[in-house]
Design a protein around this ligand. Structure first.
Ligand SMILES: Nc1ncnc2c1ncn2[C@@H]1O[C@H](COP(=O)(O)OP(=O)(O)OP(=O)(O)O)[C@@H](O)[C@H]1O
Ligand SMILES: [Mg+2]
Length: 408
């Protein structure tokens, strides 16, 4: 059953005729036989091969069998090889041999009894194969144990990721429903109120001034719903690589200036103000709508997390890049959280009370990257935050053109 395991036998005798006779005896014991005519020759074979058994003639000129055996017991590679001494019966038994304790030792006496030789060799070869098979099994068990440990570690990582994904989805769902419910509730309440006025023929509730205010309120609620849906659509566009970039030539400083004017009402609502300084005209080829989206995100954040402090906006040129800087003096962002905020749905715990899906910065960064630019934040917690967008003043990179082509 274990015959697939190769077993080697070493026979050592100074007389070639003895070697021949011994080899003839062990022939057919299903092992590879190596011969040595001296202890030296035997030693070099021992270093080269792994032997199942060594049969040593005790009486040899130079180093005798016992001395060779002692040397073998002293070397790591050979110390456990079973040894069978061949001796002229009754004589060399007086030789001292130290080394019985470490490996198996046996004796054969001259004249050799063929049956005794064969059975001893068979026993040792068999033992060797069993030991070897056991070792292989143990190694296989150890290997599979290591593989299992690796799998387990992988599984734990995957489980962690999964738990985090589920948690993120749950958080996202609750934020989305809250975010959707807020403007919807406003609209429903307004509608019910108007219905009530209509039922009572209360024309006073519908004066032109009141109608104007109503339409404005409705528009705000509807716009925030649209923005919410657009953001979610943008995320799925980014995921499928279909975020479209439609480049055209425009002046960045002019765009930012115009946008800040549109933010006047929001700044007042946030009890803040926005100061703008354009240090240069910055004409370039970018997607005007998308860049406006980025700046609007940064302005909304600065007003939202700016703790009513005035917001400073600057546009300037630096190292061939058009730069927009939005700076507030609000709650700031810790270094640890600065790593997270550009990821989807990532919001800082301290700002959870404010509305937001945690998508603004993620979408902004993706837009800026699609333009071959970058976005970064500099902040110390509690001391405000400065976001800087850098856009290349040269033409759009190939990637953006390609994206535009595929999504057009
Ligand atoms: N100017 C800022 N000051 C302090 N914290 C900020 C600032 N801008 C962003 N953050 C933090 O980064 C988080 C992620 O911002 P992001 O714009 O991506 O999401 P959001 O504002 O929460 O929601 P959304 O933009 O989708 O409405 C915010 O929730 C907030 O914790
Ligand atoms: Mg935001």
């Amino acid at each position: 059953m274990l015959s697939h395991i190769q077993a080697k036998l070493l026979i050592v005798d100074d007389l070639p005729e003895n070697l021949l006779a011994l080899e003839a005896l062990v022939k057919g014991s299903d092992c590879e036989v190596h011969q040595a005519q001296s202890a030296d020759q035997a030693l070099s074979l021992l270093l080269e091969h792994e032997f199942a058994l060594a049969i040593l003639d005790v009486q040899m000129p130079g180093m005798n069998g016992f001395e060779l055996a002692e040397l073998m017991r002293g070397m790591e590679k050979t110390k456990n090889i079973p040894i069978v001494f061949v001796s002229a019966a009754g004589r060399e038994m007086n030789y001292a041999f130290k080394g019985y304790e470490s490996g198996a030792v046996d004796f054969l006496h001259k004249p050799l009894d063929p049956h005794a030789v064969k059975s001893k060799v068979a026993v040792f070869i068999d033992l060797f194969r069993q030991r070897k098979a056991l070792k292989q099994q143990l190694e296989a068990i150890e290997r599979s144990r290591e593989e299992q440990a690796q799998l387990l570690a992988q599984l734990q990582v995957t489980r962690g990721e999964l738990e985090r994904a589920v948690q993120m989805r749950d958080d996202f769902m609750s934020i989305v429903s809250h975010e959707v419910r807020t403007p919807l509730n406003g609209l429903i309440l307004e509608t019910q109120l108007r219905k009530m006025h209509l039922a009572r023929d209360n024309a006073d509730a519908f004066t032109l001034d009141k109608m104007r205010a109503m339409v404005e309120r409705d528009e705000r609620q509807i716009n925030s719903l649209i923005r919410l849906i657009e953001d979610m659509l943008d995320v799925s566009r980014i995921r499928t690589g279909k975020l479209s970039i439609r480049p055209s030539l425009f002046d960045l400083s002019q765009l930012v200036g115009g946008l800040i004017e549109n933010f006047a009402a929001q700044a007042i609502a946030a009890q803040s103000s926005i100061n703008f300084s354009a240090e240069a005209a910055l004409s370039g080829v970018w997607d005007e709508f998308r860049i406006e989206q980025v700046v609007a995100n940064l302005l909304t954040n600065a007003l939202r997390y700016g703790a009513k402090s005035p917001v400073q906006v600057r546009t300037f040129e630096q190292q061939g890049m058009a730069c927009i800087e939005v700076k507030d003096q609000g709650i700031g962002i810790s270094e640890q959280n600065q790593q997270r905020i550009f990821q989807q749905f990532e919001r800082v715990a301290s700002s959870q009370s404010s509305a937001g899906l945690g998508l603004g910065l993620y979408i902004s960064e993706q837009i800026v990257l699609a333009h071959g630019g970058s976005i970064g934040v500099h902040s110390i917690e509690g001391q405000g935050a400065t976001f800087t967008v850098r856009l290349p003043l040269t033409d759009l990179p190939q990637a953006a053109d390609h994206q535009q082509a595929t999504s057009a």
